[in-house]
Design a protein. Structure first.
Lengths: 486, 151
């Protein structure tokens, strides 16, 4: 059966100026094939080299876009009319050297210490002014990076974050002040950065970075500064940078140690060349779990800003191909050579990852359980109220604290005994055994480590053992608010 | 308007009513620092009018413009109602030269005229016109002449 096809103005020169032609076929794809067979010049304007319809070519069956039906396999009924409707798009180039913005007199004064160095100079400062740098995370690493990039006169500094400022952030996240606690990190960051340099455009993306939005957000930046605090985001940032060919000034920190490098430059390695697979969940603690020296992100985030600025200027030698390791306790910097892995699944010669994937799943984080602590059955749990009542009544209760000694020093439940989780298997003999009348209540900070301890103890035959739900934090909230929270 | 590629060495000339030129510049100032976009109407060989369209890009409007299928249909309808031909589209390049970008090339349609106005610090500078080569490899620059000065 023949279907009417409406041809838009710019394609009519290929159909003998006809605005309407007819072609046969059971599906949209068949009809378009018949059409391009008859009018050969149409083909290169409708289809890309890979044989797919170009993204700006919209095909409608009657009034419906075939993207929302079966695409080119959309079946046709008698009388259906097919329309080819253009989208017209374009935009200014990302950075054309001849289009570098001029510096104002105020800017010449502000950046004079840059301008007198040959590696920067007026042209370099104009390149910085034209540049767009995105900081992933407005936390420990993002704070010094964004502050220095803003001070240096990078024209647009973008920030992605969705968190609010917490009191425990202030020890290292120097974008935020005491009065910002509870505020959105991005609002706080915007105020701080604009006060530092009102000429810089601060672009905020108040969202959780995900596979659905990363490419759209990254596309308009020249350099990405990865200050992610978890593996899923780190792999997401890496893959998005490789796919978009945007250099990634990478940094990560833990306790007293930091790493920095530059990934996803042309011919350079990417994060996956170094770490093809993420570690199993729970093996590497986060800063929230393991702690971090407050000044450490200051060192690493500043290195990331340095590398971003060098990438923009094209000056010096960046960390591409080198992994810088920093140990604050010994105050030593070491360097590892990195090479692009030809087998790398994302930047190798035959990449298998050609679009963003589900990174939570890749990193082994079960979707629903991502935030929930490993739950124990209710009969293995004790509430803080029950514990309080039991202790007040003088019941024989052995309160076991499985946190670390430094946590025990901050706050403790009166009468509790400290055995850190890691030492527990070797110290079972110290616990009240089956002949003892005392029941054991185990607690940690919020209940996750003590749940592991309860399982371990039950496997070793302790049957009168329960977990304190919510840990010492719940105890502080509901029983003794005079204790400090951490 | 000619739809033929100019012989090598010569630049095809397109005539435009000065009112249409002014309208493009004014639109570029209005939307600065974002990109503006709109449709061009021709009658015979002359671009006689423009039709401002909303920039419906999902990306940053300072650097991208998009005329979606619905807007495109409006532009076709507008041209038909006025008895002219949809000749192409114009857009602005805020703080960038009036030259087609790689994005412009990737998304270009053949046979359309593309007019680009460079707007720097809210002041229109150059205004240029372009047409896609048949093999999609590049844009060819045209010469934009104000119609009255030509006659």
């Amino acid at each position: 059966m023949a279907h009417r096809i409406l041809i838009p103005t710019p394609l009519r020169p290929y159909t003998g100026q006809l605005g309407e032609v007819e072609a046969d076929g059971p599906t949209v794809g068949d009809v378009l094939s018949a059409l391009t067979l008859r009018y050969g010049d149409l083909r290169r304007h409708l289809y890309a080299d890979d044989g797919k319809l170009r993204s700006f070519v919209n095909v409608y069956v009657n009034d419906e876009d075939i993207r929302y039906r079966d695409k080119e396999r959309t079946p046709l009924n008698p009388g259906d009319v097919i329309s080819i409707v253009p989208s017209v798009a374009g935009g200014a180039p990302v950075s054309a050297p001849e289009a570098l913005p001029e510096l104002t007199n105020d800017e010449v004064q502000r950046y004079s210490r840059h301008l007198i160095m040959p590696e920067v100079g007026v042209d370099g400062q104009r390149r910085l002014k034209a540049a767009r740098v995105l900081c992933v995370g407005a936390g420990g690493l993002g704070s010094p990076a964004a502050l220095y990039l803003t001070a240096a006169g990078v024209g647009t500094v973008g920030l992605v974050d969705f968190d609010a400022v917490d009191a425990s952030n202030l020890q290292r996240q120097i974008l935020h002040s005491t009065r910002d606690v509870g505020r959105s990190k991005l609002q706080s960051a915007r105020d701080r950065l604009s006060a530092l340099n009102p000429e810089v455009h601060i672009q905020t993306h108040e969202t959780m970075l995900s596979s659905a939005n990363a490419l759209d957000i990254f596309r308009d930046y020249d350099v990405i500064v990865d200050g992610a605090d978890n593996f899923a985001t780190r792999y997401l940032v890496n893959d998005a940078c490789v796919l978009l060919k945007k250099p990634n000034a990478y940094g990560s920190i833990f306790r007293f140690e930091g790493q920095a490098s530059v990934f996803a430059t042309p011919d350079g390695p990417c994060y996956r060349c170094l770490y093809p697979e993420p570690p199993p969940p729970g093996l590497v603690p986060s800063c929230a779990e393991g702690g971090v020296l407050g000044v450490l992100p200051g060192v690493i985030g500043t290195i990331q800003a340095t590398e971003a600025i060098k990438l923009i200027l094209g000056a010096g030698r960046t960390l591409a191909g080198r992994l810088l390791l920093y140990d604050a306790l010994t105050m030593k910097f070491r360097e590892l050579k990195l090479r692009r892995d030809a087998e790398c699944p994302v930047c190798g010669d035959n990449p298998t990852v050609t679009a963003l994937i589900d990174y939570e799943q890749f990193c082994g984080i079960p979707r629903a359980a991502a935030a929930a602590p490993a739950a124990l059955p209710a009969e293995l749990e004790t509430s803080v109220e029950q514990l309080r009542a039991g202790l007040d009544a003088g019941n024989p209760i052995y309160v076991l604290d499985v946190r670390e000694p430094q946590e025990f020093q901050i706050c403790r439940i009166p009468g509790s005994t400290l055995i850190p989780l890691g030492q527990l298997p070797a110290r079972l003999a110290e616990l009240p055994g089956s002949s003892d009348e005392r029941e054991i209540v185990v607690h940690c900070k919020s209940g996750a480590r003590s749940a592991k301890a309860v399982r371990l103890l039950r496997e070793h035959g302790f049957d009168r053992v329960t977990n304190l739900r919510g840990g010492i934090l719940a105890w502080i909230d509901k029983i003794d608010p005079t204790l400090p929270k951490y | 308007m000619s739809t033929e590629t100019a012989p090598a060495g010569s630049i095809p000339t397109f005539a435009i009513m000065p009112e249409a030129l002014t309208a493009i510049e004014r639109h570029g100032i209005e939307t600065y620092p974002h990109e503006c976009c709109g449709a061009l109407l021709s009658s015979g060989d002359v671009i006689i009018a423009t039709f401002a369209l909303a920039n419906s890009t999902d990306g940053p409007a300072a650097r991208r413009f998009l005329v979606g299928p619905d807007q495109y249909r409006r532009a076709e309808q507008w041209a038909a109602e006025r008895g002219g031909t949809l000749a192409g589209f114009y857009h602005s390049h805020p703080n960038h030269p009036a030259r087609p970008s790689q994005t412009d090339l990737e998304y270009a349609w053949p046979n359309f005229l593309y007019i680009i106005v460079s707007v720097v610090e809210a002041v229109p500078r150059d205004i240029t016109c372009w047409r896609l080569r048949e093999d999609r490899s590049a844009f060819e620059r045209g010469d934009l002449r104000s119609w009255r000065t030509e006659s």
